[in-house]
Design a protein around this ligand. Structure first.
Ligand code: SAM
Length: 269
């Protein structure tokens, strides 16, 4: 058996931040002009009806909200349009943060965006938020889930909620593909070493000279146990058949046979 070399968690995070920064202008080339036009219309939202209903149940109006790893900010700016109070988005890519500020300006909103590794969010934000929010494709970039949830725990107010809408970890067992691609179960649900890949243009599918990125498999139990250990209680976990990424069309084509995503609602103790 050959021994594979895998980067340390810190080295993986550094490589990933570089890889995200590199793809930011490529994503903007596909999306930003349309998003700017859309957000110039008052009240524009990219959130689906289920998400809006959950935020309504949480009484988002007037509440302080932080989105962790917010990418181009389109979801946070949409939340602001639902009446949220102070909104702060954190992302490790300065170029995506810049795009978020542009969308915020187009919408005439006052969301704040902070660039930097999520593990190093400044202490000035501690205990500031009624609601934390994470959407698809964030947990997989975290080598150490407990460290990630520790940051969330310090940002949340006691009693504050944390809504996570993510792809289901079972998806990482299957190679993504177009609708007619075969569904191949290639990877262990319990894989511990990261997946190493080049290229993050999941909007345009272009290839470019890319820094290797490292993503991690976290089982549902890993996620729940890390959240509990960091100081959150589980309010609700819904496993859903909905395909919320733009990658596993081969699985979507099979119909609602397995969970493709999940919603996890936590409450800070
Ligand atoms: C797939 S996007 C998910 C965001 C959102 N769901 C979306 O669809 O736009 C992942 C985001 O996480 C950010 N990210 C990854 N690792 C990070 C880290 N260590 N600190 C802060 N942001 C990070 C990336 O810059 C990227 O914008």
């Amino acid at each position: 058996m050959t021994k594979q070399n895998h980067p340390s968690g810190d080295a993986a995070v550094r490589a990933n931040l570089e890889a995200w920064e590199e793809v930011a202008p490529i994503h903007a080339g596909h999306n930003q002009a349309d998003l700017l036009r859309a957000f110039a219309r008052p009240g524009h939202s990219v959130l689906d009806e289920d998400t809006k209903a959950t935020f309504a149940q949480l009484g988002v109006a007037g509440k302080s909200v932080a989105q962790l790893c917010c990418n181009n900010g389109r979801e946070l700016v949409s939340l602001k349009a639902l009446g949220a109070g102070r909104c702060v988005g954190f992302d490790g890519s300065p170029a995506f943060v810049e795009q978020a500020r542009e969308l915020n300006a187009a919408a005439g909103q006052d969301c704040e965006f902070v660039a930097g590794d999520i593990h190093a969010v400044p202490a000035q934000y501690d205990g500031s938020f009624d609601i934390l929010y994470v959407t698809i494709g964030v947990l997989t970039w975290m080598p150490d889930l407990r460290a990630f949830f520790d940051v969330a725990a310090r940002l949340a107010k006691p009693g504050g909620h944390f809504l996570i809408e993510e792809q289901h970890p079972i998806m990482h067992m299957i190679e993504p593909g177009a609708p007619d691609a075969p569904v191949e179960w290639l990877y262990s649900y319990f894989q511990k070493h990261p997946f190493a890949e080049e290229g993050l243009d999941y909007w345009g599918e272009t290839t470019y000279e890319a820094t290797t990125n490292y993503s991690y498999q976290h089982t549902m139990g890993d996620t729940i146990n890390a959240a509990i250990a960091a100081g959150f209680d589980i309010v609700r976990l819904d496993e859903r058949p909905d395909h919320i990424s733009n990658t596993w069309y081969n699985v979507e084509k099979q119909g609602p046979i397995m969970p493709m995503s999940f919603d996890l609602l936590l409450r800070r103790r």
